[in-house]
Design a protein around this ligand. Structure first.
Ligand code: AMP
Ligand code: TRP
Length: 333
């Protein structure tokens, strides 16, 4: 079956191994299937829900595009663009914010985590963030949305918004209800310093993550220092449940080598961690180093990236502006 794929990544710097294994690796695989139509969006409007330095933001937009291409997404065969160049996203977000209910947003766990204790000080944009995400997806009639596990709840909200709009305006099937595509065993890559915390761009410790721009020595060092427990490698998958750091490192290894976790446990069982860490560093360097080099090369030619964004946003605009016109009619404008 042909799929319409849409996904977004925030240009907030430091794309890391969690982004790569949880999302981008999946984007690349989906984009190689000729039957799929893929749209990958650098969601700059989402990124300003928390404070950004304008110059850094601009650099990060370019870096995110470079990371997509360096990871293997072909910009000639897929649409790559940044959200702010397609006005329909902001417009649809407003209309959908009149369909979504406060009660739905109040349940969003990401807002609670990001807003922290002082919710009064969070931006209104951070609160309505998932509505803009629904607009992104619904404007393109996306059928499938590849994301990490942390976005599952937002995707359910997009489905609820689509259904409420369709029911309220009696336009059956106007908005498609998108399905999430979440990598089964690798949907949540954890911090290298704490196996119970998600690997994240915003973690103050750089040692907690492998960045897509880290060089060989940085990767080797970070894996050497990655937290583990004092036991030898686990004997079975059951044991992994109570050993989050071991689980995380073995998951990373399995995802990078496209192998099964239980098979790897059989091979590694009883060995010590330092041996395993050496193999892990090696596969990481083999995978990440070429991407890093390519990102650096691409960033030397900003006009090329500019051209990709220009072409991508033209194509995205064609699709999204048609949909927003239909939305206007349905709503009664
Ligand atoms: P973000 O950087 O928040 O825009 O995330 C971009 C994509 O990476 C989304 O699909 C996230 O779900 C995914 N992602 C972010 N952090 C992780 C992680 N630690 N493990 C797996 N996926 C992640
Ligand atoms: N909210 C997503 C994240 O933080 C990014 C995003 C914005 C997105 N719009 C999207 C993902 C549409 C998938 C589809 O990771």
């Amino acid at each position: 079956m042909s799929k319409k794929i849409f996904s977004g990544v925030q240009p907030t710097g430091n794309l890391h191994l969690g982004n790569y294994l949880g999302a981008i690796k999946n984007f690349v695989e989906l984009s190689k299937d000729k039957k799929n139509q893929c749209i990958f969006c650098v969601v700059d409007l989402h990124s300003i829900t928390t404070k950004q330095d304008p110059k850094k933001l601009r650099d990060n937009i370019y870096e995110t595009v470079a990371s997509f291409i360096a990871s293997g997404i072909d910009p000639k065969k897929n649409i790559i663009f940044n959200q702010s160049r397609v006005p329909a996203h902001s417009e649809a977000a407003w209309i959908l914010s009149c369909v979504a209910r406060m009660g739905w947003l109040n349940r969003m766990t990401q807002f609670k985590e990001k807003a922290g204790k002082d919710k009064e000080k969070a931006s209104v944009g951070l609160y309505s963030y998932p509505i803009l995400m629904a607009a992104d997806i619904l404007l393109y009639d996306a059928t499938h949305v590849p994301v990490g596990d942390d976005q599952k709840q937002h995707l359910e909200l997009s489905r609820d918004i689509a259904q409420k709009f369709n029911n309220e305006f009696k336009v059956e099937n106007f908005f498609k209800t998108p399905d999430p595509l979440i990598q089964k065993d690798f949907s949540r890559i954890m911090s290298l310093k704490d196996g119970l915390k998600k690997m994240s761009k915003s973690d103050s410790s750089d040692a907690s993550r492998i960045n897509l721009t880290d060089n060989k020595d940085q990767i080797i060092n970070k894996i050497k220092k990655a937290k583990t427990d004092t036991f030898p490698m686990p004997k079975d998958t059951e044991e992994l449940k109570s050993r989050p750091e071991a689980r995380n490192l073995i998951s990373i290894y399995s995802s990078l080598t496209n192998t099964k976790i239980d098979q790897n446990i059989e091979i590694l069982s009883g060995k010590n961690f330092s041996e395993f860490k050496e193999s892990l560093s090696q596969v990481l360097v083999d995978k990440i180093e070429p991407i890093t080099k390519e990102i650096k090369k691409l960033l030397n030619d900003r006009s090329y990236i500019e051209q990709i964004l220009d072409e991508g946003s033209k194509k995205a605009n064609e699709i999204a502006s048609k949909k927003i016109k239909e939305i206007h009619k349905i709503v009664g404008f």
